[in-house]
Unconditional design. Structure first.
Lengths: 214, 256
């Protein structure tokens, strides 16, 4: 039995994450929960997130998820998604500045207004849609996923890690930004694998087979 | 590495059934939105939009069940529009597995509803659907007005100003339908799309009037849309999603 816990702190559509995991795994028990005991009993942890950072961090702290995560990452794989990834950084620029969990050194910044692409075309914010992800380092989570596959993004903020060796995937809008981070037992992505069809489902499949580490 | 332009097939549903006919030769039930959504997803559609035209209150539960069924099997973004009137309606759809909701008439009736919805659920899941009709005469500067109830009810609202206001209120995306072109197969109203796309900072989905693949290309190159939505050209098997993508790529548009 592979016990997967999707951390529920009241933000966003966690069921689509749970459904995607159930779709690719056998002999699974998927819980959507904030219960400490259930989280500590899980083999793997998924940390998603949608919405504004101030509200997310407010709930994360209220429920003690920040402290739980610091314990969980010690001895089991953790998969951060979208705002879940951003919350793992030290600080976000969103909502006038919000202190985050700090498992990765670095900050979360907003895309500039009035950006334009190579052909002079104006780039909208949020960065919404399917963009290529360049795999900048080998990682077990990239197994069977072709380099530069397109994943579905929807975000106005992006992470800027202080240590470049934490970056395992990059995308461009129009400047390069971090699309995937990894360190020890943590793998985190800015895009939504549960909305990225075949390659996204493969990422969840890889997570179910990943025992942490690189 | 460049963001791809999106192609979005749209399903119009009533009481859990697709109502504008779908003619795929090899699907068992052409009225089943789950089967049709899966087909489009497998073909490489970038998102699915589900427009609910169910009038009765009792029918809402059927719609929620249908959205849940689609979301359980289709792993691309799903937008649900039609009959979104309250924050509870939005919560119900998001809990059922929708990624975004499209708000139309309720925004016109109460623009603050969009602000409340964006504050509560985040701009990323709030699409404002705009139905616009040209009201300027030949030779005059272009002017479009917002209409509700399928183009029957004028509102006196200028479409470009309205779009800007909706984005200021927190809309994360605009779904723009030209009521003059909808159902005509004459192509998008390119001037309308361009005027609104250039006026707002968020992505624009062009809708209304697609009759051939060049229309999709024009919507992006001339209309400056970030995504193109079509129903009948895909439903009736005139063109498949892969054919549309191949054609667009051939015209230099980045597609997935």
């Amino acid at each position: 039995m592979n016990r997967v816990a999707v951390i529920d702190y009241g933000m966003g559509n966690l069921h689509s994450v749970a459904k995607a995991v159930e779709h690719v795994g056998d002999n699974l028990q998927v819980s959507v929960t904030a219960d400490e005991k259930t989280l500590l009993n899980a083999d793997r942890i998924i940390f998603p997130g949608v919405g504004a950072m101030r509200d997310c961090m407010g709930e994360i702290k209220r429920l003690g998820i920040d402290d739980m995560l610091r314990r969980l990452v010690e001895d089991r794989p953790v998969f951060g998604i979208c705002v879940g990834m951003q919350a793992l950084m030290q600080h976000s620029q969103e909502n006038g500045g919000v202190d985050c969990i700090g498992l990765f050194e670095g900050n979360v910044n907003r895309f500039a207004e009035d950006m334009s692409g190579e052909d002079g075309e104006r780039l909208k914010v949020p960065h919404m849609g399917w963009n290529e992800v360049k795999q900048t380092s080998a990682h077990p989570m990239w197994k069977s996923i072709p380099d530069k596959s397109r994943f579905y993004f929807v975000h106005s903020y992006f992470v800027t890690p202080a240590n470049h060796h934490d970056v395992v995937g990059e995308s461009a809008y129009p400047e390069m930004f971090t699309a995937a981070l990894a360190k020890q037992n943590v793998f985190a992505v800015q895009f939504h694998p549960e909305k990225s069809q075949t390659v996204g489902l493969q990422l969840y499949k890889n997570f179910l087979n990943w025992d942490g580490g690189t | 590495m460049t963001l791809a332009k999106r192609i979005i097939p749209c399903l119009d549903c009533e009481n859990g059934r697709v109502v504008k006919g779908v003619k795929f030769v090899d699907i068992r039930d052409a009225g089943d939105p789950v089967e049709i959504s899966k087909r489009y997803c497998d073909q490489g559609a970038d998102e699915i939009t589900f427009l609910d035209i169910t009038a009765s209150h009792e029918g809402r539960q059927t719609t929620i069940d249908t959205v849940r069924d689609i979301a359980g099997q289709v792993f691309i973004p799903l937008t649900v529009g039609g009959g979104i009137r309250t924050l509870q309606d939005i919560r119900d759809m998001l809990n059922a597995g929708a990624d975004k909701v499209a708000i139309n008439t309720s925004a016109v009736k109460n623009p603050d509803f969009v602000r409340e919805a964006a504050d509560k659920f985040g701009s990323q899941c709030i699409v404002v659907a705009i139905d616009a009709k040209k009201v300027s005469a030949e030779g005059e500067p272009n002017k479009w007005e917002i209409f509700t109830h399928g183009g029957r009810n004028p509102t006196g609202l200028d479409a470009v100003e309205w779009a800007k206001k909706m984005v200021a209120n927190g809309a994360g995306e605009i779904l723009l339908t030209s009521m003059d072109r909808d159902g005509t197969k004459d192509g998008f109203d390119l001037a309308l799309n361009r005027a609104i796309s250039e006026a707002v900072s968020v992505p624009l989905i062009a809708s209304g009037g697609v009759g051939n693949l060049q229309h999709l290309v024009d919507g992006i190159t001339e209309g400056k849309a970030d995504a193109v939505l079509a129903a009948s050209i895909f439903h009736f098997g005139e063109y498949s999603i892969p054919e549309a993508k191949e054609y667009m790529a051939g015209k230099g548009i980045v597609v997935r």
